[in-house]
Design a protein around this ligand. Structure first.
Ligand SMILES: [Fe+2]
Length: 280
């Protein structure tokens, strides 16, 4: 009889251990708390006044900014905030919460955006851009802004998302376009939505390219990275993180704050990126 009890007890302990292990895996895999990812970017082109300057990058909000991300933004005073596309989704019925947040942010620090594919798919993208610019934020589609501190300047440019081109056509257009818009002197940042096209900016003259779009590959596998892009590419390049591009530029692929596809984010916490600039 005691042997029978011991056998049952042993099985109970094994099953409980398996259940506890499965619960830990499930909760860590589906953890959706905001992750602040900090990067330091070093360059001789960074002016002395910008040594220690900070840039917050948010991406792929899709019309619903998590409270944690909004709080993080308003608790900090970065040198600039940049949003790298899909801030608004064509399925977003009410933009007011996002526009309010942009207004609050733009009262406190410079805010720059570019469009992503989802803004381009809106019926009236121009109207959205006008509404965004009324908040004080600047939409840099095809434009360059000078950001000045103590008489020194860095440049932030934007290229709008090539939402109506197939990828090959978009890439060849970018290869032609990228070298023209970069300022030759000084530290040049580019905002461009699609991280999977970062290769187009090899030797482009930009020093730092900030992108998103891939949502971290939605499901992430340790040592492999992102599994599937929102537009159906398996194992996309540049699915999330910081990369050195040919020619020495730094590319950052922001994993984004939400997921527009209905797939859960697995091992892929929503992300805000905080970049510190350092003069080499
Ligand atoms: Fe997106």
């Amino acid at each position: 009889m005691p042997q029978f009890i011991n056998k049952h007890r042993a099985w109970f302990i094994i099953l409980m251990s398996i259940a506890a292990f499965a619960a830990v895996i499930f909760f860590t895999a589906t953890d959706n708390r905001l992750k602040i990812t900090r990067y330091t970017v070093r360059s001789e082109e960074i002016p002395r006044s910008f040594d220690g300057a900070t840039i917050i990058q948010l991406s792929d909000i899709h019309g619903e900014i998590p409270d944690e991300a909004a709080d993080f933004l308003l608790e900090n005073t970065p040198t600039a905030l940049v949003l790298t596309g899909d801030t608004i989704d064509e399925r977003t019925e009410d933009f007011d919460n996002i526009l309010d947040l942009l207004s609050k942010a733009a009262e406190r620090f410079p805010v720059f955006l570019v469009t992503g594919n989802h803004e381009q798919w809106l019926d009236d993208t121009e109207n959205l851009i006008e509404r965004i610019e009324k908040t004080g934020a600047r939409v840099l589609d095809g434009k360059t802004a000078a950001l000045a501190l103590n008489g020194e300047t860095i440049y932030i440019s934007g290229i709008p998302d090539p939402a109506f081109m197939d990828d090959k056509l978009a890439e060849s257009a970018l290869m032609r376009q990228n070298k023209i818009t970069a300022e030759k002197d000084g530290f040049n940042i580019l905002l461009f939505h699609r991280a999977d096209m970062l290769d187009c900016f090899d030797n482009s003259g930009y020093d730092l390219i900030l992108s998103g779009h891939l949502h971290g590959g939605q499901i992430r596998v340790p040592l492999i990275g992102g599994v599937l892009s929102p537009n159906g590419k398996w194992l996309p390049d540049y699915s999330g993180g910081i990369y050195e591009l040919n020619g020495g530029a730094v590319g950052i692929s922001n994993r984004g704050l939400t997921n527009s596809t209905g797939l859960p984010r697995i091992y892929n916490r929503p992300e805000a990126v905080l970049i510190t600039l350092r003069r080499k």
